[in-house]
Design a protein around this ligand. Structure first.
Ligand code: GLU
Length: 468
């Protein structure tokens, strides 16, 4: 796959709007996007909304929002399949006329009976060809009042072979696959048919998608053949496994991009992590979006399932947090605080706080956990009070308070006030700094206490010290 393609590259992502953007779909969207960008091609967003009962506009909105959040910009779309019904109907008519598709009047009850009979005989479940036209065959009389489905007349001989971009060569015998329904009686196309018409109409050259579609690909390839349409190349990416080794699923933790956005991850970290989950560039763990585009030529995609590793994602995110601009983090931390009901009037005031705490945070949720103490009263643990705010240190806390009340409020003067206090009371720095942390910050450990205090309003510090 390092060979450059000869036609303009066009890729797509085709989510079904029946929920949030799933991590697996986000990963194949990323590969499709990066491949198109690598080759200067185009990337299309298509909404596969033919499952009318389960598709919602809310899901579409969420999916689009997640694509924007991840920065997976598309050149065309969103194209909605349900707005293309006329086109599918026209193609179906052409196929019926050409003899590559036919109407099937089997009722659901008949199909159920067919299935039960096959199961009873220990046979593989398949359509028995009742309505499949054959030379010299007389079809049953068309029953009254039954709306037909349309089936693809799949070749019975030969085999389907493709060289999968991820898995390598795959061959399936045509006798293994039956005559698939392409149009339901209600006029809505099935996935395998709509996907082919769309990939054809949209001149898609490369399809990256999840493993679960490998079994659909032989039908799709035969449909492309029946339509005389050029065949795209297919790459099926292995599933993502949860920490327990089972397929990542909603029941076992967050699987939507939205959940990670809300969970305080940065989009560039998410992209970096998703990219590495099934693809590699040497030993590189951290890379920019531009580097990925430069490197992603469709090679080095992993054949084996990747395992979702929250600890590694947290590490990747922490690296991006360290580099992130403080004003940007301030906005994100403010959002997190607001979602907790903490009012933040001046977002810009959060920037120096982000600068102070970001190095010790894996997510903006953790960042907000730190910054919250500047906005809401803290509740030190009783055991921290007992251990650190001892009677012996209380006089020192009082004189520190008096000093802090009288200085110009900045880091340097606060530091001097602390130094003068420990000198006066013959203490070591932690003997004073730790109780101050417990009272003012609600915890015994923080970054340098003078820096931490300087970002508080003086009155808040004095009030919290007074609780000793
Ligand atoms: N709607 C399908 C899905 O979400 C698209 C599969 C494909 O990319 O062909 O799984």
């Amino acid at each position: 796959m390092s060979q450059p393609p000869t036609t303009p590259v066009r890729t797509r992502i085709a989510p079904s709007p029946t929920g949030f953007l799933h991590l697996g779909t986000a990963r194949t969207a990323l590969y499709s996007w990066a491949y198109a960008r690598h080759h200067g091609g185009q990337f299309v967003l298509r909404i596969e909304d033919t499952d009318v009962a389960r598709s919602t506009q809310d899901s579409v909105d969420q999916i689009i929002a997640s694509m924007h959040w991840l920065g997976l910009d598309y050149d065309e779309g969103p194209v909605y399949q349900m707005q293309r019904l006329q086109r599918y109907h026209a193609v179906v008519e052409q196929m019926i006329a050409a003899g590559t598709a036919y109407r099937c009047y089997c009722t659901p009850e008949e199909l159920e009976a067919m299935k039960a009979g096959q199961e009873a005989r220990g046979e593989k479940r398949r359509y028995d060809g009742t309505w499949r036209p054959e030379p010299g065959k007389t079809l049953p009389p068309v029953p009254d009042g039954v709306k037909p489905a349309v089936r693809f007349r799949n070749p019975v001989e030969g085999e389907v072979t493709w060289d999968d971009l991820v898995k390598g060569p795959i061959t399936i015998a045509n006798r293994e696959i039956d005559d698939l329904i392409i149009l339901r009686p209600d006029g809505v196309p099935t996935y395998n048919f709509a996907v082919v018409v769309d990939d054809w109409d949209m001149s898609i050259t490369h399809v990256f998608r999840g493993d679960e579609h490998v079994n659909n690909t032989p039908w799709q390839i035969n449909l492309f053949g029946a339509l005389g349409a050029p065949l795209p190349l297919f790459g099926h990416c292995p599933v993502i496994l949860g920490e327990d080794g089972l397929k990542l699923s909603k029941r076992r933790g967050a699987v939507s991009v939205t959940a990670y956005e809300e969970g305080g991850y940065l989009p560039e970290a998410m992209l970096n992590y998703l990219a590495r989950l099934g693809w590699s560039h040497g030993d590189d763990e951290l890379f920019t979006r531009e580097q990925m585009v430069a490197w992603f030529d469709g090679s080095h995609l992993s054949k084996s399932p990747a395992q979702w590793d929250p600890a590694k994602l947290a590490w990747v995110n922490a690296q991006y947090m360290k580099q992130a601009d403080d004003a940007r983090l301030a906005k994100l931390a403010a959002q997190q605080l607001r979602s907790r009901g903490v009012a933040v009037a001046d977002e810009a005031a959060l920037a120096p706080m982000c600068a102070l705490f970001k190095d010790r945070c894996s997510t903006t949720v953790e960042l907000a956990d730190w910054i919250e103490m500047y906005f809401v009263p803290v509740a030190p643990k009783a055991e921290d009070i007992t251990a650190h705010v001892t009677d012996a240190v209380k006089p020192a806390l009082e004189s520190l308070r008096d000093r802090l009340a009288a200085i110009d409020w900045d880091k340097g003067t606060i530091q001097q006030a602390i130094k003068d206090t420990i000198a006066e009371h013959k203490l070591k720095m932690p003997q004073l700094a730790v109780p101050v942390r417990v009272l003012v910050c609600g915890r015994p450990q923080t970054p340098s206490i003078d820096a931490v205090l300087s970002l508080f309003a003086r009155d808040d510090v004095l009030a919290r010290l007074r609780t000793a």
